[in-house]
Ligand binder design. Sequence first.
Ligand code: PEP
Ligand code: MG
Length: 825
Amino acid sequence: MADLIITAPVKGWAASLDEVPDPVFGDRMMGDGVAIHPIGSTVHAPCDGVVATLHAARHAVTVRSAEGAEILIHVGLETVALGGDGFRALVAEGDTVSRGDPLIEFDMDGVAQLAAALVTPVVVVNSEAFRIERRTTDKLVGVGEALMTLSPIEMVTVSLSGQKVMTNVVVPLVHGIHARPAARIGEAARAFEADVEIVHGERRANVRSAVALMGLGLKLGDEISIEAQGPDAHAALDAVVALIESGMGEAASLAAPAPARTPVAAVEIPAGAIGGITASPGLAIGAAAWLRAEALDIPNDAEDPAVEAASLGAALDKVRAGLAASAAQGSEAQRHILEAHLAFLDDEDLLNTAHAHIANGRSAAHGWHTALSEQAGLLRRSGDARFAERAGDLDDLDRQVQLALAGRDPEARSFAPGTVLLADDLLPSQMIGLDVAGIALIGGGPTAHVAILAAARGIPMLVAVGTKLEGVAEGATLVLDADAALLHVDPATEALAQHRQRFAKQTERRAAALAAAHDACRTADGTRIELFANLGSLDDAVLAAANGAEGSGLLRTEFLFMDRAAPPSEDEQRAAYQAMSDALGGKPIIVRLLDIGGDKPAPWLPMAAEKNPMLGQRGIRVGLAHPELLESQVRAILRVQGDCRIMVPMVASLSELRAVRAVVDRAAADLGVRPAPLGVMIETPAAAMIADLIAVEADFLSIGTNDLTQYTLAMDRENSAVASGVDACHPAVLRLIAMTCEGAGGRKRIVGVCGGLAADPPGIPLLIGLGVTELSATPAYVPEAKALVRQLDLTACRALAAKALGLDSAAEIRALARKFIEELN
Ligand code: PEP
Ligand code: MG
């Protein structure tokens, strides 16, 4: 037999199997071969042959060549645990394939995030029958390039004799018998002369062949017979049975439990209350209502594909009309979200997938559900919080179309006045039209998108409350004290009366604050503090103006750039900024240059996959990598008639400020206008530590406490598992703020704060005490922030801040600042 060439099934770096950190492959238990560190995401046939096995989880495929060589391609390590998520099979078992034919497609980023490793062993499973004569390693290989040359080994046939023994076993492995256990069983059996076979239903496989064993597709709970025949049949049977029953480290009962989401409490929780994380401050009292979706019946099959296709079309039209009507009536933020939903309904890939399922005899409901859930799964596994949010939007649309297909009306999201809404998590789209007194979520993060929307609307909100929230009954009386991060459930009559009194006082205080919202903002001792508002839309600007904001300390321009197919033109941007400047009556607006990347991807900007997007191409790094984008935004800002200033996000080095300064100066010269003041956001510990150097060249500094906290504490602001620790009152964050104020003070530069701490009551006296003179809060909170500032005395705030800097936890600092505020009243 002539030598057989095995070509690379996937583009990547070819390496020795020794590099694979899994003994099944590294110790050649599965057979000899080569590993590939893939840079392509499609697995191709390595030779002409037949698809001998394709695992149900679609992560591993074996091709048997006409000569009998069995080549296993196992994408990544421990990928069986993904259960097929992120993998798409392009062939089926038994298909005849030619060298180079695509076999499996996989989502490289998603799999890389979730798998133990992406390294892909390419193994000759029946190495006893084929010897590797030549192999390629330490080299980049393209699909179709020679990877191994195999030559057949003369086989000696042994005839077996001896008794046959058998026993039954239930598969205890959580992922069934996939490549790794199959290899271990084969290895165990090879120590004996006896032949061992596993029988499942009508099918049987000799366990020496891992491919044959994988081909049985054995799953957790399958009852199998194990048969051994030969001189040492008993011993062989015992060894194989013992190995399978041991679960090989993958026994179902040993499977890792889902991580608990209950946050570690930062403060002592009083009896009858549940702790959470404050996402939006305030107090709400009302009846509990759960936002829970009733399970919908999705029929699998249908008789007539033409009828199903027509019903899907009609359902999509119905949902489209509903969304368009809501978009026309709603706020600007609402319109943006609904327009993105409308675009999903017309997405060709989604529609093609749904129609392909329908053509295969599936119902319209099944086709649409499968198309959306596959896509949502890919987004969820991207590991990126923003993509995951989009996945939720797809779930939302799946549901809306299912309801339309069932001839039902969209689910009403209206609640009785005074409702405290409870949910597992909430999507930005679900916030639309939601009129509730307060919100508490099992998951979520304090600076996530929904949290920002709730804060902008002044709805008190707790997130990351954990699974204890599930015990709260529908209709229970709740006191949501977001200021104290507590949810009191069915409080006793006396306690409830006290909360109601506090609520009445809060309402009174708010009314008084609103009445004085347009008065100047000075501390009690006369220190001027500018009270600005953060803006993310024209609606925000209108509310900010009504609430007495003296300008905007942060215009998040991302709203203009996200959820669309192409970036806005210079003219479109100018018009949007102008409208906001006009809404604020020409008061100063600090326009932040585009802060995309990280947790805020933009679909129109192709970005290489990043392992740690929050530490990658984000903020000004994107602008500097795409000068045309930066330039058009700078020009748009400079063309606004009014007081627009420019602020640079995510600065870590002075060189970034200098590069932007050059762009601003050039654009201003070109337009014949004065360059706008240019400030720096202090969001990285690096920027805080070189604030003195930044202050030499920047016109102002503004501290983004959300990111400064995330980067200082190394805690992802979107991750509910660490949400309880993401607190800007942490002494490390406060010390960096102090350092920033000191550094900028030497140059008499204004230091503002535009992160969440500026709208967090304990934060306000602390920040003023540390030297901050401009606060940019959510528009809804501006009147109360002004009212609080008016009660403060600078010397007392300085003493408070000095004391806080000596404490060792955020909880202690918060308690100290809360007491300080209570004593003002
Ligand atoms: C911050 O990081 O504090 C900030 C204001 O920016 P953003 O929340 O938009 O990242
Ligand atoms: Mg930020």
